[in-house]
Every structure is written in C-alpha cells, then in structure tokens.
Design a protein around this ligand. Sequence first.
Ligand code: FE2
Length: 302
Amino acid sequence: MTELIQLEPIDTQIAEAGYCFVEGWAHMLGGLASTWQSLAESWNRLPRDNFMPDGGAYRRRRFGRFAFFPDRSQLIRLGHSTFTQSTEINTFAGGIERNFDPLEENTFVHPLLHALVRSDFLRFGIDDCELMAKPREVKVHQIRIEATNGNPETPTPEGIHSDGHEFIAIHLINRENLSGGKSIICDIEGHVLETGLLTQPLDSIYINDRKVMHGVSPVKRIVENAPARRDVLLIDFDIAKLRRLESELNKALRVESADAVLHLDGRRRANGLGAPRFRLSEDRCQQIVPLLPRKCRQGSDG
Ligand SMILES: [Fe+2]
C-alpha cells in the first residue's frame, strides 16, 4: 500500500471548532508526487451536471463510493448509486435523485485518491477509538465550476449549508482565471466564523459537518474568452450502515470470487442474524491515535 509521507500533524481545531483550513500540501506527496498530474487531469473529462434545478451549465462532476475500514486502512470500491440529499439539507437540489456519471476506472483505483481518503480520515480529530474504528461509507465528488464572460457563477447555489454528512474534506485541485470563490465557514446559526481562499493545489478544508456550515462565494472570469475554472475534490465520510454495507460488499466480492463471503464481525452469521460487531484492538488503536492531527493553520487568506 502506498501512503502519503507523514503529514505535519495539525492541532485539535477540527475537534474543537469543527473545521480547519490547511495550506496546500501538494509538495508533501512524497512517492505519490508523480501521480498528481494524472489525477488532476481527470477533471478535464468531467461531464456536465445535468441535475441543476436552475438549468445552469456551469457545473461538471463525477461521483463514486467506497467502504473504508479505518482499523485496517482498507478501502473497497462500492457499486454505483444515485446521490440524493433532503430538501432540508440542500435547498437547491434537495429531493432530486441525481444520477451523476461515475468516477473513471483509473480514478477509482488511483493511489493518490486512496491515500487522500486515508489521510483525511486521520485529520478529523476523532479521539474515541471505538468511534474511529467504525467502518465508513465514503462518497467522492469530482466537481468543476466554470465561469463565462461577465457572468458570476455560484459554486454553492444553495448558499451557506451543511451537506448532511459526518465529516467532509474539501481539496482544491486547481483554479484558473477566476476571482472570488472564497470559502466561508459559519456556525450552525449562520454566523461567519472564518473565510479563506483556496488557491494552491491541495489547499484544503476539513469540516465536521454537524458542527459548522460552509459555502463558497461567487466566482467571476478574469480574462475574457479564456478558460476559467475551479476544480475541487470533495470527500464525504459517514458511519456506514453495517447491514447494507455488508450486503453491498458481499455482492462486490462475489463478482471476484464465488467463495468470498465477508462478514464485518469476522464470523459467518448463523441465519444471517446477530448484531454486527466491529472492534479495534487496543494495540491497533495505539498505532492510530498518535497520528491524530494536533496542529492547524490559524487565520485565513481573507
Ligand atoms: Fe457542501
């Protein structure tokens, strides 16, 4: 398994404040630096988001899902599904069953994407071993916002919002020929806590989606008739519903091997019943806990 080089730990701001801006660390990709270009270039092949209630043609995206097992740092691709948010969570596109195009095959298996998922999870400041060990459903969104001459476009047309997840990692991949696009973090009542501009590859925001809300200000093309884009990778984490996850994983494994049957508690369940168990051993917990983030960038770019 290829890993990112050990990131400088960030402090407990995520755990305490619910979010953390982290300056671009693309220079810290270590052995994965040579893979950056192929991942970033996949944003050039995103199809249009055809589920924009305002009819806008300014957003492109792809979507994929994984199961993530923190105790063994294992990431398993899940089958394609639609993406639906409630109308309470998403006042713009909530209630719409959005069938985005899936990630490309090369993206699903991209070592840098896998390393980011693993690394991101360690940065959320979870200090409870049992909670940390729970399998997660991970949703990956590749998104491009394009601006045209004279028309500001809004990366988050729903305004300041929550996404309805446990944690979110927002990574800037690239931005080109744009003004605006400032990231805004608000408390749950909507008071602005901090704003920051993601400008460099892998400038990132880590968010506890239950503690704070987020949004992005409109973007405007600077030089007319030249490409103007903001490429972002969103990685959502949620505690997995074990029954559903187990069923999905077994289905996926059966494709590869007729003999492979996975049970999340490590045992075959008599008659398929019984509470799923997934526990992190104490020694493994000791290996993970020191990796929790401790130090975080303070302040913002504006
Ligand atoms: Fe969002």
